[in-house]
Write a protein that binds this ligand. Structure first.
Ligand code: NAD
Length: 348
């Protein structure tokens, strides 16, 4: 790489089993006194337990998937009503999305405590859905000031959810490796992220409460989030965003599409493929990725997660209308073939 731009994101990362206990100290360090605690309804009890030593101003435990505008408004109103001076979001990408949405309009600092591998905690990307569409943007205001990664909090993440979420993280790394705005430091980070996640996920599926594997996966997820924090997305993320519009689940869609997106780009991004294969310990990136997913026992076909065959052509058309920059030209016929292969779960 003879030409690149590197941008560092200012944030503090606290990593390790049991370190969620340092939450109160981190809030104090920020100089905040009135934290708003954010969670989904399902994780509310667990989250209150994590925050038991924290003097909280209020709780918003109604976070849901896709950050719908109406629910975001309720969260913002809650923050105003309790006079919050920071947000503490404990949960997956959906929950962290609410902390970011509050920060977008208020500039309140966010402390994120991720319990999945989505990587949202490391990025300036926000998304709010309204009237069937999702508004997405980048704004430094929404980047969490502090991220606490505590693998103990992930022990109950079901193995199948962990596997799909981990593949979502691997997809971040893979696309960062062939991003048009990549850089050499990011390449090292992304390759190590794939290595850590690919080593940890089969161990989690075998023994979901193995702390070493949970810790390694969360470490990989941090690197994956870091690797997308400064680089753009390519065809894989574009297709997943399009398929999300057809109602398909986020993490599973990422895991199914990834090997096929890699096959699409294989000849156009040989150095990225070499790094991905090396991180997986396999001969080639697309088949190595597909085989890893097979070992994890997660869905391998878009047909199995709610995609309709009749919608494939429409999805391909939408994807090629406003493509993201990609190593290989994004064209209708090969994109349709990619989607058909992912629909049927073929070995790439
Ligand atoms: P999620 O937050 O919806 O969580 C998935 C499921 O896991 C939920 O049912 C949740 O309750 C459960 N869960 C979470 N942690 C758990 C735990 N420790 N134990 C047991 N169950 C647990 O899904 P996600 O995959 O983490 O995030 C997806 C969302 O994040 C999408 O909306 C996506 O757009 C967004 N995202 C944003 C960015 C960004 O940079 N802005 C990056 C990646 C993903």
């Amino acid at each position: 790489m003879d030409k690149f731009t590197y941008v560092a994101m200012p944030m503090r990362v606290v990593f390790g089993a049991g370190r969620a206990a340092e939450l109160a100290a981190e809030v104090e360090r920020l100089g905040a006194k009135r934290p708003l605690l954010i969670s989904t309804p399902g994780r509310a009890a667990m989250v209150r337990g994590v925050a038991k030593n924290l003097d909280i101003a209020g709780v918003f435990d109604q976070a849901v998937m896709h950050t719908p505008a109406a629910v975001v408004e309720a969260a913002r109103e809650k923050a105003r009503a309790v006079g919050a001076d920071c947000c503490v979001a404990i949960g997956g990408g959906s929950t962290i999305g609410f902390g970011k949405a509050i920060a977008l309009s208020s500039s309140l600092p966010v402390i994120a405590v991720p319990t999945t591998y989505s990587g949202s905690e490391m990025t300036t990307i926000w998304g709010i859905s309204e009237a069937g569409g999702k508004k997405v943007g980048r704004d430094p205001k929404v980047l969490p000031k502090v991220v606490i990664y505590d693998p103990e909090l992930t022990l109950d993440l079901p193995a199948a959810t962990a596997a799909a979420s981990g593949m979502n993280a691997i997809a971040h790394c893979a696309e960062a490796l062939y991003a048009h705005d990549g850089n050499p430091l990011n390449n090292v980070v992304a390759e190590e992220g794939i290595r850590a996640l690919a080593a940890a996920l089969p161990r989690i599926v075998k023994n979901p409460r193995e702390m070493g594997a949970r810790s390694e996966a969360l470490y990989g997820a941090w690197l994956a989030g870091l690797s997308i924090s400064t680089t753009g997305n390519a065809i894989h993320h574009k297709l997943c965003h399009v398929l999300g519009g057809f109602g398909l689940p986020h993490a599973q869609t990422h895991s199914i599409v990834l090997p096929h997106a890699l096959r699409y780009n294989a000849d156009a991004a040989p150095e990225a493929m070499r790094r991905i294969a090396r991180a997986l310990g396999t001969q080639t990136a697309p088949t190595g990725m597909w085989e890893l997913e097979k070992r994890l026992g997660i869905p391998m076909k878009l047909a199995d997660i709610g995609m309709k065959k009749d919608d494939l052509e429409r999805a391909a058309k939408i994807a090629v209308q406003t493509p993201y920059p990609n190593p290989r030209k994004v064209e209708y016929q090969p994109v349709l073939e990619l989607l058909q292969n992912a629909y049927e779960g073929r070995r790439p």
